[in-house]
Ligand binder design. Structure first.
Ligand SMILES: Cc1cc2nc3c(=O)[nH]c(=O)nc-3n(C[C@H](O)[C@H](O)[C@H](O)COP(=O)(O)OP(=O)(O)OC[C@H]3O[C@@H](n4cnc5c(N)ncnc54)[C@H](O)[C@@H]3O)c2cc1C
Length: 512
């Protein structure tokens, strides 16, 4: 793909540092909703190291709401059906499992498919398997189509905030500066934006070294496939051909970012597995730790943090990228509304309020997995009990809610549906509730033909779409759903409280 070069200097509504998946997702959300966006990326091309291998239901649905599901599915298919044909077949041993918790495979069979949160979902699994870089390519191309400017080889070096905006100094292809009303640090775990904004990053120190790579290996027949616990650590072989991961509990690596060599991967795998294997070459090698830290706030003045810049943790059971995409869709519409001048007071404050607790929870979810992976007798006992619990109906269902990302709930009152992601309800005309968000506006669904709702919606035209439809499956009469797909108000059992709807509309969309 042609990489656009620097264009003329202009003032942008939002400048984003970092064209990883989160920066790109945020850029598409902002530009779609009318905010002129520039993304600055220090790398000249994509990062090909092994990272996330899939996106969860919450992320898939966020992309589906913007019309990107066909692109995801096509890429997933071509990835598995093309050069990696055997991968599809290799995935089959995992089909009976919905995922893992510290390597403990959680069985699919007990999961309660009638749970209100899971109903209508999960037919294709709770994860769409797709290498992170493929998602980045989809988002990159989508961002360009929408008119986002993306400058590569353009590292944010410094910035200065004043009353009207942020001036950003860039290094790469010469030094220059740009100005934005707002700056968002999507610049990963070592975020310069976070450090320069003076935002604390408290948490727990790393105690493990993980390594992941795709390797050319001799002696692989001596390895067991899947997660293997030994007294020396954990190793994982497969499901992709040549994909190897090891985890050792002897402290963090001296230099996490030094290249991972074949020798290093080989000796780690030999130590952990005790098997006589040989690794001839590695590609996409990466190290990871259980460093678990979270920014104390996701905003300071005109500067925001999103994704790994706001939180880091071990990659176990695949949460980091997904949580970052969740941050991006939460912040995108709020910041765009602010740029457009119609954001209600305090809307931007709700970004940290809603997303910080999600981070707290996910960090603990990953810490607990390290606890069950160790080789000592205490950890072995804990692993056995955890395996039993995750094999029960409640355990497996709870697990699926967590890893799918569907558990996330923002505190908007007591109604069970409010604050949750939009349910998957099929309409009688064949559409689904999730089909109505392509243009990024909020949606008021009227499933019972209530004239008052139409009148109210008319007062927010431009920011709100009214959808009048019927559904034989719906257990709800009406829903007000924010642009990020979260339910902000619901009417059920024939009770339609227009006053609470007015308040919810005002909280999200401002004055009519
Ligand atoms: C081995 C491994 C496996 C993983 N598996 C999973 C998984 O299965 N599921 C999951 O959800 N997550 C997983 N993760 C985590 C996931 O990869 C990260 O959470 C994700 O990359 C975060 O995206 P991001 O855009 O926030 O940050 P990054 O992907 O780190 O992107 C940040 C971008 O900012 C750029 N940048 C940095 N500094 C500057 C600067 N000063 N100026 C301009 N640009 C800058 C960087 O070059 C980079 O492109 C895994 C991670 C690892 C290491």
């Amino acid at each position: 793909m042609e990489i656009p070069q620097f264009t003329t200097s202009t003032t942008y509504d939002v400048v984003i540092a970092g064209a990883g998946p989160v920066g790109l997702m945020l850029a598409t959300e902002l530009q779609l909703q009318g905010a002129r966006t520039l993304v600055l990326e220090r790398r000249a091309s994509y990062d090909l190291s092994v990272k996330a291998g899939g996106i969860n239901t919450a992320s898939v649905e966020a992309l589906e709401r913007r019309g990107l599901l066909p692109a995801l599915q096509a890429t997933r298919q071509s990835f598995f059906m093309g050069a990696n044909k055997e991968v599809g077949a290799k995935m089959s041993p995992y089909a009976a499992s919905v995922g893992h918790f510290g390597g403990i495979h959680v069985p699919a069979r007990p999961v309660d498919q009638d749970d209100p949160l899971l109903r209508g979902r999960g037919q294709d699994g709770w994860y769409l398997m797709l290498p992170q870089v493929e998602l980045e390519k989809i988002l990159f191309s989508r961002a360009l189509d929408l008119g986002v400017e993306i400058w590569r080889d353009a590292a944010v070096e410094e910035f200065e905030e004043d009353e009207g905006g942020v001036t950003v100094q860039i290094n790469g292809q010469g030094k220059r500066e740009v100005r934005g009303q707002w700056l968002v640090g999507c610049d990963g775990g070592h975020s310069l934006v976070r450090m320069m904004a003076g935002i604390d990053f408290p948490g727990t120190d790393p105690k493990i070294t993980g390594r992941a790579a795709t390797v050319e290996i001799e002696g692989a027949e001596n390895l067991e496939e899947g997660w293997q616990y030994t007294s020396k650590g954990v190793y994982v072989y497969g499901p992709m051909p040549g994909r190897v991961r090891t985890v050792e509990f002897d402290g963090p690596p001296p230099d996490k970012n030094a290249p991972v060599t074949a020798e290093e991967m080989e000796s780690s795998l030999r130590r952990v597995s005790g098997q006589d294997i040989r690794i001839n070459s590695v590609s996409g090698g990466t190290r990871f730790t259980d460093n678990a830290r979270q920014a104390s706030t996701y905003r300071r003045g005109r500067v925001f943090l999103c994704g790994d810049a706001a939180h880091v943790h071990s990659p176990f059971s695949g949460q980091g990228l997904n949580m970052g995409l969740g941050d991006a869709v939460n912040l995108g519409w709020k910041l765009a509304a602010t740029v457009q001048g119609w954001a209600p007071k305090n809307l931007l404050e709700t970004y940290t309020l809603e997303r910080h607790p999600v981070g707290v929870h996910v960090l603990d979810w990953t810490r607990a997995q390290v606890a069950v992976m160790r080789g000592d007798p205490d950890a072995c006992a804990l692993r056995k009990i955890t395996t039993d619990l995750l094999g029960t109906k409640d355990g497996a269902t709870h697990y699926v809610k967590q890893i799918s990302g569907l558990w996330q709930r923002y505190d908007h009152g007591d109604d069970a549906m409010v604050g949750m992601t939009i349910p998957r309800i099929q309409m009688n005309d064949g559409t689904c509730l999730t089909d109505y968000f392509h243009d990024g506006r909020a949606v008021l669904f009227d499933l019972v033909g209530n004239d008052e709702l139409a009148t109210l919606a008319g007062k927010h035209t431009g920011r709100l779409r009214l959808v009048q439809a019927t559904s034989k499956d719906a257990e709800v009469d009406a829903l007000f759903v924010r642009p990020d797909g979260f339910v902000a108000w619901a009417a059920t059992s024939g009770v339609c409280d227009v006053e609470t709807l007015k308040a919810a509309l005002a909280r999200s969309l401002g004055d009519s």
